[in-house]
Design a protein around this ligand. Structure first.
Ligand code: NAD
Length: 288
């Protein structure tokens, strides 16, 4: 299957480059485009065929998007509208953390031209992207999913078809809202333990053998917080985007969420810069 399917990746950043590498490893001819020539050069070194224009990526049958925001996704589709109207069927696998409403609208527009569109946001970070071991949460039509399946299998260890278009983004925003809250609560717990005379290391060992644990305590704190590395590859800007979108979803659906609203407030008021790593928010050694 890989031999006769070409994959195009739009956005070769921390996540997109890793996904392109996983596609290459799975045997796909893989085209890649990024606005940044430096990212295109990095991709070339990994066996990706970088192209100089967005249009050129749309020579592929299956297109993976890994873009910062829903607005970027909508702009990209807009820019290639003419090309989409004249070419054979493609399926877009949008792995960006995007907005459910934007995904639904794009799926409808593309379906009108005979193409498929899946919202397929991911969890697992740059390391998971490079290993083809992401968790992917998918919204969209089953037929589009089946057409995209070989590529999804190459990028993910676990792919969950959550529901219709937009459902993947809803699940992702819920996931990241909880991830944001767990970062804050775990840091507060460790700060409390140290203030009470118990080391953060011992406390973390207890949490991870008891009911207070989460992926944050099991992976993020040991890997990026305890050693003050703060280099997971996911920026404050992107987490603040996710928190903002989750909060908008709550407002749109009239859902009360008093505790996670408070956590969201802390993320928005964070003293850390937009380009800093989001694991900074776990720094329990600061006063908080
Ligand atoms: P990034 O900023 O590292 O990469 C985004 C890339 O897109 C950049 O290289 C940028 O030059 C490129 N780009 C922007 N607009 C473009 C356009 N119009 N055409 C082509 N390229 C364009 O971001 P990232 O960390 O790789 O995140 C990408 C998406 O994945 C985001 O939606 C993010 O929320 C989501 N995500 C990130 C992580 C993570 O750990 N980094 C985890 C899960 C999901």
């Amino acid at each position: 299957m890989a031999a006769n399917m070409t994959v195009g990746v739009v956005g070769l950043g921390a996540m997109g480059l890793g996904m392109a590498m996983s596609a290459v490893r799975a045997g796909f001819r893989t085209l890649g485009f990024d606005l940044s020539p430096a990212r295109r050069d990095l991709a070339r070194a990994e066996g990706v065929e970088p192209v100089d224009t967005l249009e050129a990526v749309f020579a592929a049958d299956r297109i993976v998007f890994s873009l910062p925001t829903a607005q970027d996704v909508a702009n990209v589709v807009d820019q290639v509208r003419d090309r989409l109207q004249t070419r054979g069927r493609i399926v877009v696998i949008d792995t960006s953390t995007s907005e459910p409403g934007v995904s639904r609208a794009l799926a409808e527009t593309l379906a009108g031209m005979g193409h498929g569109f899946l919202d397929a946001p991911v969890s697992g970070g740059p390391a998971g992207a490079a290993k083809g071991a992401l968790t992917m949460m998918i919204g969209g039509a089953t037929a589009d999913l089946e057409d995209a399946r070989p590529v999804i299998d190459a990028l993910s260890a676990k792919a969950i078809h959550v529901g219709d278009s937009g459902a993947g983004n809803v699940a992702k925003l819920v996931n990241n809202l909880l991830c944001a809250a767990h970062m804050v609560t775990t840091a507060e717990g460790l700060r409390l333990a140290e203030a009470a005379g118990i080391s953060a290391e011992s406390t973390l060992a207890v949490l991870n053998a008891a009911s207070g644990r989460s992926m944050l305590s099991e992976v993020h704190f040991p890997t990026w917080v305890m050693n003050e590395g703060f280099n997971s590859g996911f920026t404050m800007a992107l987490m603040q985007k996710d928190v903002r979108l989750a909060r908008k979803l709550a407002a749109d659906t009239g859902t009360p969420m008093p505790l996670t609203e408070k956590a969201a407030d802390l993320w928005v008021a964070s003293p850390y810069g937009l380009t800093e790593d989001f694991t900074r928010m776990g720094d329990f050694r600061t006063k908080g």
